[in-house]
Design a protein around this ligand. Sequence first.
Ligand code: FE2
Ligand code: FE2
Length: 247
Amino acid sequence: MDQPLDLNIPAGAPDPTADDAAAACHAAAGRRAPASATMPVPGPASGGVSPGTQLVVSPALPGSHDARARRTLPGDLTPRQALERMIRVDHAGEYGAKRIYQGQLAVLGNSDKAEILRHMQAQEQVHLDTFAGLIATRRVRPTLLLPLWHVAGWALGAATAAMGERAAMACTVAVEEAIDEHYAAQHETLGEDEAALRDTIDVFREEELEHRDIGLDNEAELTPGYKVLCAIIKTGCKVAIAVSERV
Ligand SMILES: [Fe+2]
Ligand SMILES: [Fe+2]
């Protein structure tokens, strides 16, 4: 099958209903163990393969995927376009995540939650630096919306922190669940010739799940209106993901 592959990345579709997001938030009880401390974190350059490398659909994908992979329709993304979108949105997301924790620390910087917020912020900085490296080495245009995420991320963090420590943690749970789903979808899309990038995403995904669990361990679910707050934030994240892929 030497026809071009159709990479129909499903990462960006906005959540159609708040109920779905609330259910997803509520399902957070099925948490994972935190990422292993010995897990290697690929550096900024290691997620990169030389420019022009073709992105492939994993042969392990289910049959329905294979069927799609053999057809390319007008308007479908090229592998290069799909890869650019992936790196662009991941860079934007990690930038926003860092800004959320900065906003939370602006309010809770002297609280007993400050240390864990700084821990999560430091990990987001590593994620951001890695994707900033890929933006440079892969020659990908960053999203034009970085100034918006600069403001919106900080505002979300500060606003939830102003509502209380539990609300700040609820924000973390909602954001990290959205990112987990996003990275999981990207994992399924990347093939062996992008194994380094896929491994990087896997490591980051584990750390996002660690953040979610930190939020749950710090009573996020006791926030008044937890499900509604979580649903609103998670839906907002999914909209931001969809927009940042394209703009
Ligand atoms: Fe992150
Ligand atoms: Fe995170």
